[in-house]
Design a protein around this ligand. Structure first.
Ligand code: SF4
Length: 339
């Protein structure tokens, strides 16, 4: 089980860092991929009007990248209200100091606020409780393997603690919730065209949905080897800030094509302008089928909604069954589910 906030169109960093892994997992596991719109509200509640459009953009990027609704369950978090209900129940079991000591919470507040006063203003009840919501996301589907980066490990520990506490309080020796384990994924650090970490708010990203022309224009601006002044100067791939690391993703190391770029650069057989033109071709070729698949859904929004609604229904069925089991374990009548 994994999710992504709908905060806008996705870039190549999302693709190589997350989506490539998900595409692999969907054929190996019973996978749940959620567009977590309630999580987007924790920091974007003042711009809630943007969320619906962003849900569609993320869904388009996922489908383009190869997330296959026939192989996995692709859904919108708010399309599964049972998650909110489980979140409420789990929040009753959550100690105040559990949420307060979450290391990522401090990072989030630091990102949003410049001083303590502003931090107090920004920190909402919802933001404080987002690890509980994340636990509900995972436990609603009895998620066992959670693809995460190392920096997200604390969230999973949180969900594990909640699962453990629920099981020991109500399980009577039974494991209602399996304890979710991390599946650490490799996230190659993809630089933006300015050499900094790729991020949409830094305006340095290449988006999955960019046209071939936009991509070429962005690649043209990539920072190269700053010590190479003239075309006749030999280049240094180890000092080439952006294009060479990209080549390392798109070309297998030590392959003939990879060696050709390296040799031509280091013997000044090619200038950076032409080298970047070649790179743009490579990127565009790689993403052409992805963009084509995305475009099909752009042109058929009714089909896109159908995919999401179908995914929501599939996810609801599972989350409902989990919730029924939760109420049963708690020896409470499940009034909402009987409706
Ligand atoms: S020729 Fe290519 S690899 Fe070499 S520094 Fe220029 S852009 Fe980088």
């Amino acid at each position: 089980m994994s999710g992504m906030r709908p905060t806008g169109r996705l870039h190549l960093g999302h693709y190589f860092g997350v989506l490539v892994n998900w595409v692999e997992f969907q054929s190996q596991y019973d996978s749940y991929f959620s567009i977590v719109d309630w999580h987007a509200l924790t920091t974007k509640y003042e711009n809630s009007q943007e969320i619906d459009r962003n849900i569609l953009e993320v869904a388009l990027d996922w489908l383009g990248a190869g997330i296959d609704p026939d192989q996995c369950t692709l859904y919108v978090q708010s399309g599964v209200p049972e998650i909110a209900e489980l979140h409420l129940i789990l929040s009753m079991l959550t100690k105040q100091n559990w949420v307060e000591r979450e290391p990522t919470l401090k990072d989030m507040v630091r990102m949003l606020a410049t001083d303590e006063e502003e931090a107090k203003d920004k920190l909402t009840y919802g933001m404080l409780g987002y690890p509980v919501l994340m636990a509900a996301d995972i436990l609603s589907f009895k998620g066992e393997l959670i693809p995460v980066g190392k920096d997200q490990e604390s969230h999973l520990e949180f969900a594990r603690n909640l699962a453990r506490k629920f099981n020991s309080l109500y399980g009577q020796g039974q494991e209602i919730f399996p304890e979710p384990k991390p599946r650490f994924t490799e996230t190659p650090l993809l630089k933006g065209i300015d050499g900094q970490k790729m991020g949409k708010s830094f305006n340095n990203d290449i988006k999955l949905a960019d046209t071939a022309e936009d991509t070429a224009a962005k690649v043209k601006k990539m920072i190269t080897d700053r010590t190479r002044i003239a075309k006749s100067d030999p280049g240094h791939t180890d000092l080439c800030e952006v294009p060479w690391p990209f080549y390392n993703i798109f070309l297998p190391k030590e392959s003939d094509a990879w060696l050709k770029v390296k040799t031509e650069c280091e013997t000044a057989q090619i200038g950076c302008v032409d080298c970047k033109k070649n790179l743009a071709v490579l990127i565009n070729e790689y993403f052409a089928p992805i963009r084509e698949r995305r475009e099909k859904f752009v042109k058929d929004e009714a089909q896109l909604y159908k995919v999401l609604e179908h995914g929501n229904q599939k996810a609801r069925k599972v989350a409902k069954a989990t919730l029924a089991q939760v109420y049963e374990a708690m020896k409470m009548k499940n009034w909402s589910l009987n409706r």
